[in-house]
Design a protein around this ligand. Structure first.
Ligand SMILES: Nc1ncnc2c1ncn2[C@@H]1O[C@H](COP(=O)(O)OP(=O)(O)OP(=O)(O)O)[C@@H](O)[C@H]1O
Ligand SMILES: [Mg+2]
Length: 256
């Protein structure tokens, strides 16, 4: 057992095609402690999704060290839950079947766990609904439940709330904090939303592009639940924006 849930060290990644090599990540160092919530923010194309996929074991073609609880990451595993920007639910399956995925609901342990997760993401009454009958926020909650049902040590979230309206987004952020507190899962979240990063995380990692590297790591020492309109929240917003401005000054555009 180590204190780090996820340890990324000297990570570099180059995409190679027949005529071109794109150096996407350069010497990235990042550790995620157990039960820590870290957000990553940075310009479009700086390699955030690439970094998350490598951490998840979905891409194993990299240089450097990526370890989960002290063991090299060599492929996807049940210790790592991944939540994509779009929910990727099976349209032909009900909510409960989507959550169980390849696990059988006939197994009483699976049934109990699925029910617990449905309660956690507040979808009671929608067990038999199909994805097309759900709102975007509900569908994303099903995706979160599906990832959590396997008790992952680490949850990797790639802009999970990007497509949601501000109201649903705030609600989902609060749900995610509840889930984090109850399940004690370590969280690594990619977002374009500075407020979301500050509202949720223990640390905000600011990335720079071409090639992607870590520009700044900003600790957020505010107690939970956080007040988005407080002076200390505003101060942190300025700090993150200023780190992003430095990224922009060097010729990259930051898109929110
Ligand atoms: N499979 C691939 N083959 C070649 N290049 C790729 C591949 N996937 C990503 N890239 C390149 O790697 C860079 C980083 O992409 P990535 O998707 O990680 O960025 P991102 O930071 O997640 O951007 P966004 O904020 O827009 O989601 C981009 O320049 C992209 O073109
Ligand atoms: Mg991305």
């Amino acid at each position: 057992m180590t204190a780090e849930a996820l340890e990324i060290s000297q990570l570099s990644k180059t995409f190679r095609t027949a005529d071109k090599a794109t150096h996407v990540l350069d010497n990235v160092q990042l550790s995620l402690k157990k039960q820590e919530f870290v957000s990553i923010i940075g310009p479009s194309g700086c390699g955030k999704s690439t970094l998350l996929k490598i951490a998840a074991g979905l891409d194993v073609d990299y240089e450097g060290l990526v370890q989960l609880d002290g063991i090299d990451v060599s492929g996807p595993s049940k210790e790592k839950g991944f939540i994509f920007q779009e929910h990727r639910l099976f349209p032909w399956a009900t909510v409960e079947k989507n959550i169980a995925a390849d696990l059988s609901l006939k197994n009483p342990e699976v049934r109990q766990k699925v029910d617990e997760m449905i309660e956690l993401v507040r979808l009671q009454g929608f067990e038999k609904a199909y994805p097309k009958q759900l709102s975007g926020g509900m569908a994303q909650r099903v995706a979160i439940a599906r990832a959590l049902v396997r008790n992952p040590q680490v949850l990797l979230l790639d802009e999970p709330f990007g497509a949601l309206d501000a109201f649903t987004r705030n609600h989902m952020q609060e749900s995610l904090l509840d889930i984090w507190r109850q399940n004690k899962t370590s969280m690594l979240l990619v977002t374009h939303d500075i407020d979301e990063a500050i509202f949720l995380s223990n640390r905000v990692v600011v990335m720079d592009a071409r090639p992607g590297r870590i520009k700044a790591i900003i600790p957020v020492d505010l107690p939970y639940p956080r007040n988005r309109v407080s002076a200390s929240f505003q101060q942190l917003r300025t700090q993150v924006l200023s780190a992003l401005d430095h990224v922009e000054e060097e010729g990259n555009s930051y898109e929110i």
